[in-house]
Ligand binder design. Structure first.
Ligand SMILES: Nc1ncnc2c1ncn2[C@@H]1O[C@H](COP(=O)(O)OP(=O)(O)OP(=O)(O)O)[C@@H](O)[C@H]1O
Ligand SMILES: [Mg+2]
Length: 292
């Protein structure tokens, strides 16, 4: 199972180039699609789920051209949209059975499948509670359960961790990781940590263009020897906060600690530190913004 995009371009009717000549190869496992607001993540996902027609370019899912075999693709793809609507008066089990019915599942098999899915997303105990009583995290898990209806080989989830508390985020990440075994799971996010912990491949989109594709390790390698920390004063916070190469500012025992990416030491007292994915994210975005 894999997903290949070639020269994928989406220009909206108002002329907005949301994706431009995207070449991507996504293999089995959890794939992180990173990018700031407006990068084109949802546009890409809607093309992969056949909700949106590309302007140009091609997509193959498991070797199958999506434009030539849309029905076959629809049955193989599960999708959790960024803004997921649900019926508040329905119980979790009713909601999933309803959506399962729309996917062509019927009878006892549907009931068993829905029960299995609710258990998998840790909602077995609240299967008969109405959705209006669910927390944001629980609703997100209902969203994942519906994306899994019919055993799809490709699962696409758009910003599923936004708004979740830290504990729910960890659970959710682990669930996605588990789902990535033997399937392709594409997760879009601008929360870099979600990708760091679980994805085996990632891509960075910015203004519709692909800025990086590869392993998290290769992404981080780009900032090896370019990540620094130094202590400064409160007076410097404003100055550094506006710099595009700033990763973080935090208060420590011995003063304010600034973390920046820079090819050369930004200060005499700066010390090199082990880079992480967030540093690489800042670096790549700063590089493309400088080039613009
Ligand atoms: N229907 C539309 N018509 C015109 N422009 C659109 C349309 N939908 C999206 N866009 C624009 O296309 C670009 C990409 O949007 P998209 O929603 O794919 O980004 P995103 O990476 O998902 O952003 P976010 O992180 O905010 O969800 C943005 O500039 C957006 O304003
Ligand atoms: Mg989006």
């Amino acid at each position: 199972m894999d997903v290949i995009c070639q020269g994928l371009t989406k220009i909206y009717p108002d002329g907005k180039e949301a994706l431009l000549d995207l070449d991507l190869h996504i293999q089995e496992g959890l794939f992180g699609l990173l990018g700031p607001n407006g990068a084109g993540k949802t546009t890409l996902m809607e093309i992969l789920t056949l909700l949106l027609e590309p302007t140009r370019g091609q997509v193959w899912i498991d070797g199958c051209d999506i434009r030539k075999h849309p029905d076959q693709i629809r049955s193989q793809v599960g999708y959790l949209p960024q803004f997921f609507g649900f019926f508040p008066e329905l119980k979790a089990v009713e909601f999933l059975e309803y959506l399962g019915g729309l996917r062509g599942l019927r009878g006892r098999e549907l009931k068993r499948h829905v029960n299995e899915l609710l258990a998998q997303v840790r909602l077995g105990g609240v299967a008969h509670k109405r959705l209006k009583t669910f927390s944001g995290g629980m609703l997100r898990r209902v969203g994942i359960a519906q994306a899994l209806l019919g055993h799809p080989k490709l699962i696409i989830v758009d910003e599923p961790t936004a708004g979740l508390d830290p504990e729910e985020r960890v659970h959710f990440r682990n669930l996605l990781f588990e789902l990535g075994q033997g399937r392709v799971v594409i997760l879009s996010t601008h929360i870099v940590k979600d990708v760091e912990e679980t994805c085996n491949q990632l891509a960075l989109l910015h203004e519709g263009r692909l800025r990086f594709q590869g392993s998290p390790t290769a992404f981080i390698r780009a900032v090896q020897g370019k990540t620094w920390e130094f202590f400064g004063s409160h007076d410097e916070v404003e100055h550094f906060a506006s710099r595009p190469n700033l990763v973080s500012i935090c208060e420590k025992m011995n003063g304010i600690c600034f973390r920046v990416v820079s090819p050369t030491p930004p200060r005499d007292n700066a010390r090199p530190v082990m880079p992480n994915l967030e540093d690489a994210y800042v670096h790549f975005l700063e590089t493309v913004r400088q080039a613009a």
